[in-house]
Design a protein around this ligand. Sequence first.
Ligand code: ATP
Ligand code: MG
Length: 469
Amino acid sequence: MRLRFALAAALPALVSLAAMALLADRLARRALEDELSARLTAAAQAAASALPAERVARLEPGEERTRTYGHVRARLDVLARSTGTRLYVIRPDRTALADSDGRTRIGEPVPALERDRLEIAQAAAGRPVASQVMFEGSDGLLYKSGYAPLLDASGKVVAVVGADGTAASFATFRRFRRLLATLAVAGAVLGALVAAGASLSVTRPLTRLAEAARRIGRGDLETPLWPRGRRDELGMLRDTLEEMRKALRARDEERETLLAGIAHEVRNPLGALDLFAGILSEELEGRPEAAHVARIRSELAALSKVVEEFLDYARTRPPVREAVELGALVAEVAEIASPLAAARQVSLGVKGAGEARADREQLRRALVNLVRNAVEAAPAASEVELSGRAVGGEAVFEVRDRGAGLGPQARAGLFRPFFTTKEKGTGLGLALAKKVADAHGGALALLDREGGGTVARLAVPLAPPEPRS
Ligand SMILES: Nc1ncnc2c1ncn2[C@@H]1O[C@H](COP(=O)(O)OP(=O)(O)OP(=O)(O)O)[C@@H](O)[C@H]1O
Ligand SMILES: [Mg+2]
């Protein structure tokens, strides 16, 4: 996401920057070239009009020492200096006649002019023109040429005058080009940095928000979100999430108060009822009415159980983690379940080793429920096995019985609160165990056991997941 964001932000900027640099480069170069072309063509034309056309045209090889040649060269030299160009006169077939610096000899072909064949032909046809391509001089500078026809008195083209020149501005242009390239690279780097920064400023709070939402989802309503900072949409999202956390906490507190009310208003009278029913049963001992009182006491016990389990279930809080010895924990669970096991003539096998960071009290309650279920399902004289061990980063508890296994109806509703197939069941045992597993970021599953029976498997991470920033 971060990379995509950075690319999306930086790419268009980089492309348009590069396009602009390219365009500026082209435009500047074109302007410079056009100006140079005009200057060179004008210089060639000026030279053409200042030269004695008929005499130049009559120059023959070997006449370098004649007065005419000397005169022509001197004139070319003066004009070349004043226009800052190199001037030369050639025949339309590109053989040399004269030049401003005496580099060529009369009648000699000038191979370098091959490249401007077309332009020279155009000039020979009577039209002043500048070369299309630039060439690099021995000094490393870029040169162009302008050509103009040399006309005799009758207006006939007798030769072509060429003017080679460079522009001092080409050096400036090169610097400009280097500057553009540097600017483009610097712009690209800066753009990438800014985009990376911008994307971080969006993705980092998003990651934090996701982490906070996950934490709230796990039931931690106490940890406040980071202090209010930005005023943009992300800040708004943070504020909304914080408001939601506070509202949920307020609702939680209200529920707590309600539950405390139930606990107080129902539990205490139940205790009193049980006490007086006990007294009554002692007084009625031996009389037929005693059976009614016994019934009342058994219903009261069932009601107490429902209330206790309901409160247990409804009060499940976020786990408070501590070091838990798995061996000691399963031993304690077996101890709690042993009266029920003894009553049902079921033996309990216990195995445990390892350590985890978890809510000991919650795990104990969940496991007691699983063992109770197993004992209740197990046939007399069979064994229920309880084990707890640390495997692959998890604390894995398993409760195995040789009962009838899960019917299809039970399988569908297992973890739903109040789902039970037992006459005196509340149907809250597995719902509570599942809640504990979820709160720890773990899982609960009831599986068919090979050879008959059920395996209840509760697995929680050995340590809480590290909060990501
Ligand atoms: N080990 C098991 N073997 C077979 N069925 C099981 C086992 N454990 C749970 N069940 C089925 O799942 C149902 C729900 O179990 P849960 O512990 O939630 O409630 P309960 O045992 O019926 O009631 P309570 O736990 O309140 O006494 C049970 O009624 C039973 O049908
Ligand atoms: Mg149960």
